[in-house]
Write a protein that binds this ligand. Structure first.
Ligand code: ATP
Ligand code: MG
Length: 384
């Protein structure tokens, strides 16, 4: 059995690592040149793309920004899961917003801008604090601009006037004062069975995910049910197969959708050690038509991204429940180099392990770690 992944980064690698025990091999396409590589060893594989499209049992994606011709080839093979529509929706914020509206799913107030002159009207209707997002090819906060006050609008317009907004429109959103960010990672099988991981709480810094804690603290049944209902609507409407992530802003007791990701997701990496079956294995099971695995939580877990940081000594592995995933990529500023998963018996212990981790890693790359550790310790102390 074999699966072809479009994209050859760390997500393809983690899918491959969880597929092998099931007797499923995974090859990856480097979308820059359509060469085939082993996503774990990064060695070139001699098979051609055409050969593999015919031979493999299923084709999936590790990210949504797949070149059009490659996506079309995969779609035409009849083996692409999730569907081409799902991938295109995740790749295009205008399409995504239209789907959310069609399904009456609460999301962030927005307007679509195809000419910088329309930004004045956007400020009038949404207010002067805005987040402006390129509708395609953005990730990790790239392709985004922030407007803090009206006075900065002329400067921003000048900057944006260099873009071809007819080709790639902007989605202009009201900058929300949300209480926190949560995400739901869940999976739908080919016969429509769903399995949900618990909501994770996500901490961002400069538009990039730094820490996820799962299960999120302070979750009630209503929040879980809102999130799962939204997932069901999206997954059913897209006839989705595989793992789908939904990012939320929580305002009071309401969840608004920020965006969706038609793939395994960074805020689901905690499942590699904190859940019975990890998101990567469940995605592989789903796209291969196998029964889904249990999403039961085995321990509270914190996932801590290693961002822009060069290699370091591995002494932190002495912390009980500390697991490291080092992706083996060339270091670059703001690049995701790897992640830690810290598992513990309860939030008190989890907070203490996170504090212990701060002793081993350079503080400037982990700006959220210490405060979040203390918050978890305080949360647990108050509970007991
Ligand atoms: P990623 O690839 O990490 O998911 P992205 O580039 O796709 O990021 P978004 O998820 O849209 O972009 O935005 C990144 C972060 O910026 C959000 O997680 C949130 O912290 C902040 N953000 C985005 N939109 C808004 C908004 N309308 N109001 C307030 N904050 C926002
Ligand atoms: Mg996001």
């Amino acid at each position: 059995m074999s699966i072809l992944v479009l994209g050859s980064g760390q997500l393809a690698r983690m899918m491959a690592l969880s597929a092998y025990p099931l007797g499923i091999s995974v090859q990856a396409v480097d979308v820059a040149d359509n060469k085939i590589i082993d996503p774990v060893t990064k060695q070139a594989i001699n098979d051609t793309l055409e050969q593999l499209l015919g031979e493999v049992d299923a084709i999936t994606v590790e990210f949504e920004h797949i070149p059009e011709d490659l996506l079309e080839l995969a779609h035409r093979s009849g083996k692409l899961k999730p569907s081409v529509e799902s991938v295109l929706t995740g790749a295009d914020r205008v399409r995504e917003k239209k789907l959310l509206e069609k399904l009456h799913i609460a999301n962030c107030p927005f307007s679509i801008v195809t000419d910088v002159a329309q930004l004045d009207a956007a400020v009038e209707s949404l207010g002067e604090k805005l987040i402006i997002k390129a509708s395609r090819d953005g990730y990790d906060g790239y392709g985004q601009w922030r407007l803090q006050n009206k006075a900065d609008l002329p400067k921003l317009k000048e900057q944006l006037s260099e873009l071809d907004l007819n080709k790639v429109p902007l989605v202009v959103e009201k900058m929300l004062q949300f209480d926190r960010e949560l995400s739901l990672v869940a999976v739908r099988s080919a016969d429509g069975e769903m399995a949900y991981y618990p909501l994770a709480e996500n901490l961002h810094h400069q538009g990039q995910l730094h820490v996820s804690v799962a299960p999120a603290t302070n979750i009630n049944d209503d929040l879980t049910s809102q999130a799962q209902t939204i997932f069901n609507k999206l997954a059913e409407s897209l006839d989705y197969v595989g793992v789908l992530a939904v990012e939320f802003f929580q305002l009071g007791e309401q969840l608004l959708v920020n965006e969706i990701a038609p793939r395994v997701h960074n805020s689901g990496h905690w499942t590699m050690h904190g859940a019975d079956t990890c998101q990567f294995e469940n995605h592989i099971r789903a796209v291969r038509g196998l029964p889904l695995g249990s999403t039961k939580v085995t321990s509270p877990t914190a996932m801590i991204n290693i961002i822009g940081c060069k290699n370091f000594a591995r002494e932190m592995l002495s912390i009980p429940g500390c697991h490291l995933h080092w992706y083996g990529k060339a270091p670059r500023e703001k690049r995701k180099m790897g992640h830690f998963n810290l598992c513990a018996e309860d939030y008190q212990q989890l907070g203490k392990s996170m504090l212990a981790l701060t002793e081993y890693v350079p503080a400037e790359y982990f700006p959220m770690l210490k405060d979040e550790a203390q918050r978890l310790i305080d949360f647990d102390t108050k509970q007991n």
